[in-house]
Design a protein around this ligand. Structure first.
Ligand code: C5P
Length: 403
């Protein structure tokens, strides 16, 4: 097997039925370029055998305090010293209780206590065990000790009940660990993002809107949060889950979006306008539903405010990033838009390839020229965009500091 050159992780597996999902997690962590070693509790070995994890990780699995393979007979110290992080998944209620109180009566709990790297845990248990005040007290203690709690999720449980307590899915866990260990170029930067479409009411039930899934805006908010920023997102009507750690403000119309943005713009350093704002609103929306007739119905549409242009035109604007979806002449139209709206950075894409899709190709335009971000999932494009935005932002801050 190919040894990864990436970061080093110790995965602790404790006794719970979700232990079988930890096998898939190992595979996904290797894909994220982690070097993974596994330590299991005795109870975990009752659910999945160490051989499974050995085969997947390519390394012997650690189960015993007195394992002779540790050169100085101190596996609990040696194993955690060369790691960038320790992840316990699944973390049972019993194991969390031990961690919260500093117990160290087996290899994994001793490793956790003796570590000098961050600890992340993914709780997995029956919903009543999770809701029990004792477990909640333990979780609060672990948070105080800066342990990162990943999940749990809500849904069907192996015991047949439904509720909170399920371990996060392996994909989500692998992504969260990778994000946790990624550099944080936007640490301390306050970012405001608009996302989704807006909806302009015609009457009580009908309206005018733009086609937008909100996927890119939500991916940008998540990527900014992962990059260390303090993120607020103003979202139009869209069915997307709020990324963890992001403050979400829901709005409906362009006017409401503008108001929500302007209320917060004084407390933000970077503004990223990803929303597909309706360019027109309805001149006179009716409160009641318009009755259907066989006559033509004329609607008067009036231009909506351009939120991004208004923000970029403020006397002391934040660092502004725009998006442009064009159906033709992409570069020319997008660059004209960037100049007109006075944006330091604009991400352009072709409508035909972007709306609703999971992947996109972006072209970044700034004062230094253009660069192509080849086709990739929107989550990845958002990360790349944020890395570039962070570089431009930091250069601007350095210049401001000097002048
Ligand atoms: O619609 P247009 O192509 O001009 O959108 C370009 C950028 O301007 C996008 O980032 C979009 O979020 C923003 N925009 C806005 N308010 C509008 C129209 C667009 O903030 N009314």
């Amino acid at each position: 097997m190919v040894e990864s050159t990436g970061r080093r992780l110790l995965l602790g597996v404790t006794g719970g039925i979700a232990a079988y999902k930890a096998a898939e997690l190992v595979r996904l962590l290797l894909k994220e370029q982690f070097h993974v070693e596994v330590a299991m509790t005795a109870a975990a070995c009752g659910f999945v055998t160490p051989a499974t994890f050995q085969a997947l990780s390519g390394h012997p699995v650690w189960t015993d305090m007195w394992d002779a393979r540790a050169g100085n007979a101190m596996a609990h110290i040696e194993l955690s010293r060369d790691k960038d992080a320790l992840l316990v998944a699944p973390a049972s209620a019993d194991f969390l209780a031990k961690l919260a109180h500093g117990l160290a009566d087996d290899l994994l709990s001793t490793l956790c206590l003796a570590r000098d790297c961050p600890l992340l845990v993914a709780p997995a248990m029956n919903r009543q065990m999770w809701e029990h005040p004792a477990t909640q007290r333990n979780i609060a203690l672990l948070r105080q000790d800066s342990v990162q709690i990943l999940g749990p999720d809500s849904g069907d449980q192996a015991c047949g009940e439904t509720g909170f307590g399920r371990m996060l899915e392996p994909e989500e866990l692998a992504g969260a660990v990778a994000a946790f260990l990624r550099p944080k170029p936007l640490q301390g930067v306050r970012v405001l993002v608009t996302a989704g479409p807006t909806f302009e009411a015609i009457d009580a039930v009908r309206g005018v809107t733009n086609r937008s899934s909100g996927k890119m805006g939500f991916a940008v908010a998540r990527a900014a949060q992962e990059a260390g920023a303090e993120v607020t997102m103003v979202a139009g009507p869209v069915a997307q889950p709020t990324p963890s750690g992001v403050t979400r403000v829901d709005v409906v119309s362009a006017r409401e979006m503008l108001d929500a943005v302007m209320q917060r713009i004084g407390q933000c350093d970077m503004f990223i306008g990803v929303a597909a704002v309706s360019d027109y609103g309805v001149a006179q929306a009716r409160e009641q539903k318009i009755k259907k007739t066989d006559q033509n119905l004329n609607l008067e549409l009036i231009p909506n405010p351009d939120i991004l242009a208004e923000v970029a035109g403020l006397p002391n604007p934040p660092f502004c990033v725009g998006f442009a979806a064009e159906s033709e002449n992409l570069l020319e139209f997008a660059e004209a838009k960037r100049r007109r709206k006075k944006l330091p950075l604009l991400a352009a894409n072709l409508v035909q390839h972007a709306v609703g899709a999971e992947e996109s190709e972006l072209i970044l335009l700034d004062d230094g020229g253009s660069r192509v971000l080849p086709k990739a999932p929107k989550t990845e494009q958002a990360r790349r965009l944020l890395v570039h935005a962070a570089q431009l932002y930091s250069t601007r801050m350095q210049r401001k500091g000097k002048s």
